[in-house]
Ligand binder design. Structure first.
Ligand SMILES: [Zn+2]
Length: 340
């Protein structure tokens, strides 16, 4: 049993994930373990994972389960070692028990969802190794699963992300997206949404749209610019080589955008990863799909973030949430544009 606990001093939710201690690699040198393990995500090893929640053939047609194990290109499975409580698909429609007080704290034992989206049946170690077809199909699977999470009444927010390589938090080499849908919304997501709503009320425009337009007018931090997206190293980058992919349409929604727009986004993500790998010698990296709380459609902030894991957060960052970035975003953008 796991649960979510609210630290009232810092207004911060913490998942107490007891069952993750059961993971075979937890607190053991992972590089060594990885070499000994059969990859559970490669074709032929499906019995090493829980049954699929969905699977896709290469032509995009949907398999609703593992009914054709010989012919999948992308596969969605529940996380065997979830960070917090997980209910089976049949139990997900049960009433949400909600949060309860526990002394000065708040405790939430509601179910979340935790899914893994495996983008290829081949052993691929990075987003850059996906074919065009695999990349686009995997983004469609991500869209489908995020839309499903949104449809569940007890899920208030979801984070879709990819951790690639050990220093980014990946416990397996075979890349996979993760979707964590939570019964609570974290304070940073609530605050971000409030700021976006206030900005729109005061200015009649979206903050993210204005930010993208200003960056386009400045040019120095732009990495790429296409019809639907602005790719930029943000002015106040927390990390060296941090990249935001900002939709140029104010009403962009990842779960409902056209296929060609989604494919454009997927290609941007792979392109940035490729540039990281050329420029920075195959770093570990994270890819984040940011969304607002599901209950705030007018406050949605949909943008996409990538950053290589080149430095560790230390005492100052952890104590103050003020980040020290050793590479100016203007210099990072030049290098990612291959000008330096
Ligand atoms: Zn594999």
């Amino acid at each position: 049993m796991s649960d979510l606990r609210l630290d009232p001093i810092n207004q911060q939710w913490v998942a107490i994930a007891r069952n993750r201690r059961d993971r075979p690699m937890e607190f053991v040198p992972m590089e060594q373990l990885r070499q000994q393990m059969i990859c559970p995500f490669c074709k032929g090893n499906e019995e090493e994972t829980p049954s699929a929640l969905a699977a896709y053939r290469a032509d995009g047609s949907l398999l609703l389960s593992d009914d054709d194990l010989s012919n999948w290109s992308a596969r969605v499975i529940p996380n065997r070692y979830p960070s917090f409580s997980f209910r089976s698909a049949e139990d997900r429609d049960q009433p949400d028990p909600g949060s309860q007080s526990y002394g000065p704290f708040e405790l939430n034992c509601s179910p979340g969802i935790q899914e893994l989206i495996i983008p290829s049946s081949r052993h691929v170690n990075s987003l850059s190794e996906l074919s065009d077809e695999e990349l686009k199909l995997s983004f469609r699977a991500c869209r489908d699963r995020l839309a499903y999470a949104k449809s569940l009444e007890h899920i208030k927010h979801a984070m879709l992300f990819m951790n690639c390589r050990l220093a980014a938090g990946a416990s397996l080499g075979h890349i996979h997206y993760q979707l964590l849908g939570t019964p609570v919304v974290s304070e940073p997501v609530i605050s971000r949404t409030r700021r976006a709503q206030s900005y729109r009320t005061e200015n009649g425009r979206s903050m993210m749209g204005d930010l993208a337009n200003w960056e386009i007018s400045q040019g120095a931090r732009i990495v790429d610019l296409t019809e639907h997206f602005c790719v930029v190293c943000p002015f106040a980058s927390r990390f060296a080589f941090q990249v935001w992919i900002i939709p140029r349409s104010e009403d962009f929604d990842f779960t409902s955008c056209d296929e060609d727009v989604r494919n454009e986004l997927a290609l941007h993500c792979r392109n940035i990863v490729t540039r990281y790998e050329i420029t920075l010698d195959n770093p570990a990296y994270n890819l984040l799909f940011h969304t607002g709380p599901f209950a705030s459609p007018n406050g949605q902030i949909g943008y996409f973030e990538l950053f290589p894991r080149l430095t560790l957060a230390a005492g100052f960052e952890l104590g103050t949430d003020i980040w020290v970035n050793p590479v100016a975003p203007e210099a990072a953008a030049r290098r990612l544009r291959s000008e330096d």
